[in-house]
Design a protein around this ligand. Structure first.
Ligand code: SF4
Length: 127
């Protein structure tokens, strides 16, 4: 069965080392982050968070870093490129350009995600 990131039932069980030579399909899915992730990513400051998260969200949307913010959950969705890539995914290497500062949700994938323990791995060279 062909792996499709939008169809978790086609994903394969994650094993250590599987990220090697991967296309980075997990970085082409919507990324939900919290204010502390945005501070760690250095796209926002703790000062902004302390003053007003709503104002910060407005600024980040205007700057094109964040696509949306839900006040009820405190979750922001990072902006994606037109092809679905995360803003921080390197187009050619298919690696995260902010790896050391990446959001919690990225650190925890695939233990958390649409199909915990499974991964939408696609080889880097096929796309
Ligand atoms: S922040 Fe980095 S690890 Fe997380 S989705 Fe974007 S490119 Fe991938």
């Amino acid at each position: 069965m062909k792996i499709d990131k939008d169809k978790p039932w086609t994903w394969i069980r994650y094993k250590t080392g599987m990220c090697e030579n991967c296309y980075g399909s997990c970085c082409t899915m919507p990324v939900e982050v919290r204010a502390e992730d945005l501070v760690r990513l250095e796209v926002a400051t703790q000062d902004e968070v302390d003053r007003s998260v709503k104002k910060m969200a407005k600024r980040l949307i205007k700057d094109g870093v964040v696509a949306s913010f839900r006040d009820s959950t405190g979750l922001f969705t990072l902006t994606s490129r037109p092809n679905g890539d995360c803003l921080f995914l390197h187009e050619k290497t298919r690696l995260c350009t902010k790896y050391q500062q990446r959001p919690d949700v990225c650190r925890k994938f695939p233990e958390i995600g649409p199909k915990p323990g499974f991964c939408p791995k696609l080889p880097k060279l096929t796309q």
